[in-house]
Design a protein around this ligand. Structure first.
Ligand code: NCD
Length: 322
C-alpha cells in the first residue's frame, strides 16, 4: 500500500489500507497472546503521547502499544506541564520536535487540532489523532471494526470487509467523534449504518451523511436485522443546554436494556467505547451481558494501535514474526 504518514481521520483510509491495518492487528493480537508480548519493531523511535484532554482507555492503550513495539515513550499531559501556564500548541509542538519525536499521538479538546499539528510544519514526524473535540477518533473506529470482524468471522477474519452487516450507532451523535469516525470507516468497509438519536442530538447536516437516520430505537430494532449496536456516551461535558427532558426519559427511549437486548438476534454485538454511564445510555445488565464487547474493545484497542504505529512508522523494514 502507499505509505500513510499520518492518521488524522478515518477518511485517510481506503478500503484496502483499512483492511491491511485490521489484518496486521490480527498478527498483533497473536503477539499479545504470547508469554512475551514484545516486538523490536520501533526500537530507537520516540513516540510522544500528547494529551490535552482526560483519557483512560485511549492513553493507556497507546502507551502499551508503543511499549510492546519497543518505542521510547514520553507521556505528556497538559495538566502539570507548561500548557497550564499558557504555552501554545505551537510552542509545545516545537519543543517535541527539538527532542526528536518520530510520532505524536494527540488528544485535544479542539476539533481540528491533529490536522493543525500535521500541516503546520512544526513537527516532521507522524501525527495520530487520538480524539479531537467532537470531530474524529479514527483508532477507535478501527478497533470497533476489528472487534466486529473478529466476533463475526473469528479465525476467518483476515482479508474480510464488513459488507452486508447492519450496524446501529445510538445516542449522542452530535457530540461524538466516535460516531463520526465509525460512520466513515463502516461505510468504507461496506457496512450499512443506522444512526439513532433524539432529534436534538443530531448535527444539522446529518441528512447528508451516508446513513439511515432514525429517531426511535425500538422501531430500528423491530425493523432491521442488526448485527451490532454501538451505544454512545451521553457527553455531559460538551452540553451547554438541555438536549433531552430528563435522564430517565433518555434511558427509557434511547437506552439499551435487557428487554431491547432480548429483541436483538442472539449473535448481535453490543458495543460501547467507554467510559459508560451505566443506568443512562446502557443498563448494567446489558453492559455485562454476553453480547457486550466492551472489554474486548479495550483489549483489541492495543492490537489495533500497534498495527497503526507499525504501518505509520516501520516502513517496509521488519517482519512482525521476527
Ligand atoms: C471516547 C472518546 O474519548 O472519544 N472514549 C474513548 O476514546 N474510549 C468516547 C467518549 O468519551 O464518550
Amino acid at each position: 500500500m502507499s505509505q500513510l504518514k499520518h492518521l488524522l481521520s478515518a477518511a485517510d483510509l481506503s478500503k484496502s489500507s483499512a483492511i491491511e491495518i485490521l489484518d496486521v492487528a490480527e498478527e498483533m493480537a497473536g503477539v499479545n497472546s504470547r508469554d512475551i508480548k514484545k516486538l523490536p519493531t520501533l526500537r530507537g523511535k520516540t513516540v510522544v503521547n500528547l494529551f490535552f484532554e482526560d483519557s483512560t482507555r485511549t492513553r493507556i492503550s497507546f502507551e502499551l502499544a508503543e511499549k510492546r513495539l519497543s518505542a521510547d515513550v514520553i507521556n505528556f499531559s497538559a495538566k502539570g506541564s507548561s500548557v497550564s501556564k499558557g504555552e501554545s500548541l505551537k510552542d509545545t509542538a516545537q519543543t517535541l520536535e527539538a527532542m526528536g519525536a518520530d510520532a505524536v499521538v494527540i488528544r485535544h479538546h479542539a476539533s481540528g487540532a491533529a490536522n493543525v499539528l500535521a500541516h503546520s510544519g512544526w513537527i516532521n514526524g507522524s501525527i495520530i489523532n487520538a480524539g479531537d473535540g467532537t470531530h474524529e477518533h479514527p483508532t477507535q473506529a478501527l478497533l470497533d471494526a476489528f472487534t466486529i470482524r473478529r466476533r463475526i468471522y473469528g479465525s476467518e477474519s483476515k482479508g474480510k470487509d464488513l459488507s452486508g452487516l447492519k450496524i446501529a450507532i445510538v445516542g449522542d451523535v452530535l457530540h461524538s467523534r466516535v460516531a463520526r469516525s465509525n460512520l466513515i470507516l463502516l461505510n468504507t468497509l461496506g457496512a450499512q449504518v443506522h444512526l439513532i438519536a433524539p432529534p436534538t442530538l443530531f448535527p444539522a447536516a446529518v441528512d447528508a451523511w451516508p446513513a439511515t437516520i432514525r429517531f426511535d430505537l425500538d422501531t430500528a430494532i423491530n425493523e432491521v436485522d442488526l448485527d451490532a449496536v454501538m451505544m454512545l456516551r451521553v457527553q455531559g461535558e460538551r452540553m451547554n443546554a438541555s438536549y433531552f427532558p430528563s435522564e430517565r426519559e433518555y434511558s427509557r427511549i434511547w437506552g439499551m436494556n435487557a428487554d431491547r437486548l432480548a429483541r436483538l438476534k442472539p449473535s448481535a454485538l453490543l458495543m460501547h467505547p467507554g467510559p459508560m454511564n451505566r443506568g443512562l445510555e446502557i443498563t448494567a445488565a446489558a453492559a455485562d451481558s454476553k453480547n457486550s464487547t466492551v472489554l474486548e474493545q479495550v483489549a483489541n484497542g492495543v492490537s489495533v494501535r500497534m498495527a497503526v504505529l507499525y504501518q505509520l512508522l516501520s516502513g517496509e523494514r521488519t517482519n512482525i514474526d521476527a
